[in-house]
Unconditional design. Structure first.
Length: 396
């Protein structure tokens, strides 16, 4: 039986990376601890490819290559550790296997801070093939969040509008051979409602099945502008149906933080009832704009409100997906959260069921937003925090 570790090449015997030397790249010291950032697994292109020879793939601070005799069943592990001064990392490992096929990838563009509403920007990207076979056609998926618009809608793309933005599916006919790199830049208009925006793009070898899966059951509309294409066009190669070798670099996200604001406003309610009655108080979060607010990365609520039960009442069952209770020394505080996005001029309401245990005329409680949530800080985008407080009043 062939030894799969031997077939992966001599680089597999590398055992340690010195954080102060050549191997410093993947090691990080955080709060007096040393960590290594490395992929859980990766795939090396084998020798059975379109070009002669083999391709090298960078892995951490060293390179691995499949030997000419390696087959697609070969696999093994790279194990490593890092040392920096008196700090030693936990051991890490990457599973490495051999495969044949295209390996499309996109470069990571920098996040953009401060684009002005009404401006135009471009997200640059480089599409490359690090595998050993040609991708005859490419399926590109694009997503621009609600505050962004594509500057052009291409005839070889189809588009779908939805609550959080616009998605596009584009079929590129240019073959992408091993080792080739192409520019794939996307123009975006920054709208007047833009605030915390994101642009996603991904690539994969085209297949009818992949396109059907991406379309799903939604309705798509074809663009009418010039074709989105890749130049220079690579020389044609034999068609293959191999899947992408390593999809870890197929998807990229760019965050665009526009210079804009959104004013959230809370509205409470007044309810009445006799002892023993159950009443529903409502709290409403209104986004007065001009921007929409969305946490499309962290998935945090646009607003989280907190309050206590008014005197003489008990808060009954609340929807678990929205609200929770937190006991403390002086009672119980209730927290309720909105969804992760709220369009401009849109509102979201909570129904708070209260049992009136005893009648206390004018009993009231303050409801307010948590303005310093580290995942989505209201203080950073809301210019008027004075209207982020309201009251629930009972039997006034």
């Amino acid at each position: 039986m062939k030894n799969p570790h031997r077939l992966l090449g001599a680089a597999l015997v590398c055992g340690a990376l010195a954080a102060t030397g050549v191997g410093a790249g993947p090691a990080y010291a955080v709060e007096h601890q040393l960590w290594i950032g490395a992929p859980y697994e990766t795939v090396l292109p084998g020798a059975d490819g379109d070009p002669a020879g083999t391709e090298s793939v960078p892995a951490a601070a060293f390179e691995l290559r499949a030997l000419p005799g390696a087959d697609v069943s070969a696999s093994g592990y790279v194990r490593y550790s890092a040392v920096a001064g008196r700090l030693t990392s936990h051991p890490g490992e990457t599973r490495v296997s051999v495969g044949n096929g295209p390996d499309l990838g996109l470069s990571q563009a920098e996040d953009q801070r401060g684009p002005e509403p009404g401006s135009r920007t471009t997200v640059p990207a480089t599409l490359s093939n690090s595998g050993n076979r040609t991708a005859e056609r490419t399926l590109v998926t694009l997503y621009a969040s609600y505050g962004l618009r594509f500057t052009e809608r291409h005839t070889n793309c189809e588009y779908r509008e939805h609550d959080t933005g616009t998605s596009a599916l584009c079929v590129l006919d240019e073959p992408v051979a091993p080792g080739q790199r192409y520019a794939l830049d996307t123009g975006l208009d920054v709208g007047g409602k833009a605030l915390y925006e994101r642009f996603d793009h991904s690539v994969q070898p085209y297949s009818d099945e992949a396109l059907r899966e991406a379309r799903g059951d939604w309705t798509w509309t074809r663009g009418a502008g010039a074709e989105l294409d890749l130049r220079p066009v690579a020389a044609a190669a034999a068609a293959v149906t191999d899947p992408d070798l390593d999809p870890q670099d197929n998807d990229r996200t760019v965050v665009l933080g526009a210079t804009n604001t959104a004013d959230l406003k809370l509205t409470g309610s007044r309810v009445s009832g006799a002892a023993g009655d159950t009443v529903t108080a409502r709290v409403t979060v209104l986004n007065r704009g001009p921007a929409w607010v969305a946490s499309l990365g962290a998935g945090a609520a646009v607003a989280t409100v907190r309050f206590r039960a008014p005197e003489g009442t008990t808060v009954l069952d609340l929807p678990e997906e929205e609200c929770w209770r937190q006991p403390d020394d002086t009672g119980t505080t209730v927290f309720c959260k909105t969804p992760i996005y709220l369009h401009d001029a849109a509102s979201y309401s909570f129904g708070i069921p209260l049992r009136i245990d005893r009648v206390v005329r004018g009993a009231r409680t303050t409801v307010e937003t948590i303005n310093d949530d580290p995942e989505l800080s209201i203080r950073e985008f809301d210019p008027n925090l004075r209207n982020n407080r309201t009251e629930i009043v009972i039997n006034r």
